[in-house]
Design a protein. Sequence first.
Lengths: 282, 293
Amino acid sequence: MRTRTFGRLVGRILFYLLVGFIVIYSVFPFYWAVVSSFKESDALFSPRPSLLPVPFTLAHYENVFTGAAFGRNLFNSLIVAGGVTLVSLVLGVMSAYALGRLRFPPKNAVLYLVLAMTMFPQVSVLSGMFVLLRELNLFNSHLGLILSYLLFTLPFTIWVLTSYFRGLPRELEEAAYVDGATPVQTLIKVMLPLAGPGMVTTGLLAFIAAWNEYLFALTFTIGNDVRTVPVAIASFGGATPFEVPWGSIMAASVVVTVPLVILVLIFQQRIMAGLTAGSVKG
Amino acid sequence: MLTLRQTRLAWLLVLPTLLVVAFVAGFPLAQVFYYSFHQADIAFVEPPEFVGFDNYIFLLQDPDFRGALWNTLRFTVVSVFLETVLGLIVALVIHSNFKGRGIVRAAILIPWAIPTVVSARMWQWMLNDVFGIINVILVNTGLAANKIAFLANPNTVLWAMVAVDVWKTTPFMALLLLAGLQLIPSDIYEAADIDGASKWQQFWTLTLPLLTPALVVALIFRTLDALRVFDVIFVMVGVNTATRSLAIYNRQTLIDFQDLGYGSAISVAILVIIFVFVLLYMRLAGRGVRGED
């Protein structure tokens, strides 16, 4: 009996060690970026670096916002990610209502067509997209990036919203029809308010995906007028490898990441539901 | 009457999406196939010239393509394997009932939320050969005699990429597997307890087989993602032969070498490779499901 409780205690301790390890492993790299972004440059390059941001400084953040065109890059990212989210949601809700609630014979064909879009990688349409944007005169423009990003935001928006619409009770619509509402009125007055939570989830996922995108932004923009934050952060550098401004890079990284981390932590339940709805059920 | 009106409305609602799909997926894809049979430069200095299968024949003999393929396959197999094992451990931990479970769940969402470019730069700093915290820890604890230039050494650099990718994407794997775990009814475990099966036996005979569908979905998602790896490698070490992935080689050919024709052929090859993997997993999944019956 005694060895059994002892064994259980050891098991418990090992379990919590594992838990501790998972938390530290997940959080430490970001913690280290935050600490580095607030640390004076000399301390950054010390042979025994402190785990705390001492001596504390805001110089790296000043550098980031006064030096390069980082403010402009942030603005570009907001426009592009915001635009993509808006367009994906409008198109997504329209399609998802049709696919999830209306009598629509080619329903599955459309759903699988959209799913096929997620299968092919961005890089394999890179040349075609390049040609498309040039033909449309949208190379190096916000609109061009928004259009190209629909390639990866639209499919999961439609899938997740469709499964969301399907889950809503039938009676709601029937009551509206009995009251003489048309399908359009039913969509706007009854379904749309109910789809709110689903739209928050998919909108958030679309925003994050667009905010983080790198390959298209790198290839379809020139200079800082349209360039988004990931491209700017990736190209932050000094004149030589020995002058890499690590403090400023970490400060810029923290600036673009903190809003995302906060959003994700606030909406964690929703995001987990959204991430898994599109995959496990589908 | 109502159903007819519904169908007409449905078409109207889906139409804009279909147009966008045709524009951003159909048209570019058609272009890629078209140019893969042509000799063309991306600036269209010369008009494109039809060359039949020349680009594909060249691709089969191109040692750079083979190198990129080999790098991509090694990266994919090792990182997806590690992510699956770690993701499963994390999912099982979060699935079990204990105090502070919410904290763990929130903590693992952080790597997922961080942009890949940012994660690449964070790890570049941590793996820095002189000032990086990882080298400081390794040397100060005596685990390594000298600091290691992880990103400059051709023997370590690909595995450093794998490590960064595993850190960033294990959470996604864990979340998908967690959703799968939550679908397993708990009463079958009670029955197994009564039968005297150990937790270890229960894992191999109950949890793992029942988790197979979720596992296959997660594997497909992650494998497709890993096969197209670009950001993390390009940002951390740029273009070099030790780490050049298919996606990096593809972009290099298209943009740096301006070779629209050959670059498009590489794109088609990537599509084919991804398609092969999807078919493979589908067969695997089909067999797994049938095996349960």
